[in-house]
Design a protein around this ligand. Structure first.
Ligand SMILES: [Zn+2]
Length: 273
């Protein structure tokens, strides 16, 4: 599932491509992807201008010039493509938005994911469920420690809980724990000061690196996009079961923790007995 780095990478690119562009038409091939009748959705969007694109957690919000928002969650398997023609026939995409100038934005893989048209108020209400952004300046080390201390779960489940921090999922929670040399099954509220500081620094370090490298998932947004997916080969534990740890050579271990995949180095990562 795309996480902060992938969605932020999308946001950066889409802001440049779509800011100030007029929607000339919408095609919906899967009614369940949107939240209103197709003809209502289509006629509401036609002629609207996208002012800018915002990201909150794993959501993208397209701000429209009538005050409404298109709220996108890609969930598992969703992806976007932009250009003159999609990489597949149009029927493979759940939604297609066309713009003045002839290009379109293609929404693919939205089986669980969705694109909902909402009022600004409804969108704000929905985003209220989310915890702070990882780079929110108000999330100081002190504030981060306070949040951790109030958690009963393991690190893995805490980091992936969108109410704790918005935007982290299975891949980056593992990469962050590895970077911080902390076991993903360690109790979140039992970290000492040094450990919680390492974790805090690793959240920022790993997410920054991953964003700059274009995230870990495939499907480039545009034909000329060489960056998307660049972090995949730099993942140090995620999806690396049995490969030698880059620090110590111990084979990377795979387990599930309350239904979540968890990859870690049993030698380097401490804090779980
Ligand atoms: Zn190791």
């Amino acid at each position: 599932m795309p996480e902060y780095p992938e969605m932020e990478h999308y946001r950066t690119q889409l802001s440049a491509l779509l800011g100030g562009r007029k929607i000339t038409g919408a095609v919906v091939n899967r009614a369940a992807t949107i939240n209103e009748p197709i003809d209502v959705f289509n006629s509401a969007l036609e002629g609207r201008t996208i002012l800018f694109v915002e990201r909150r957690g794993k959501y993208l919000l397209f701000h429209l010039d009538d005050g409404n928002r298109l709220v996108l969650h890609l969930m598992l398997g969703g992806w976007l493509a932009y250009g003159d023609e999609g990489p597949k026939p149009d029927s493979h995409f759940q939604v297609i938005l066309s713009f003045d100038g002839g290009q379109s934005l293609y929404f693919g893989g939205l089986r669980l994911g969705y694109l909902h048209r909402m009022t600004a108020k409804a969108a704000l209400e929905k985003m209220k469920e989310l915890g702070p952004e990882p780079f929110d300046p108000r999330l100081t080390l002190e504030a981060f420690r306070k949040r951790l201390a109030g958690r009963k779960g393991k690190l893995k489940t805490t980091l992936t809980d969108q109410k704790f921090l918005a935007g982290i999922g299975n891949c980056y929670s593992d990469e962050i724990c590895f970077d911080a040399k902390l076991h993903p099954a360690a109790a979140a509220n039992r970290l000492d000061d040094e450990e919680s500081e390492r974790l805090y620094r690793s959240v920022h370090k790993v997410l920054t690196e991953a964003k700059e490298a274009g995230g870990y998932m495939g499907h480039p947004l545009t034909a000329g996009d060489q960056l998307t997916g660049g972090f995949n080969e730099r993942c140090r534990v995620y999806d690396r079961v049995d490969e030698p740890c880059v620090e110590c050579g111990t084979p990377i271990k795979f387990e599930t923790l309350t239904g979540r995949k968890m990859f870690y180095c049993p030698h380097c990562q401490k804090g779980h007995e």
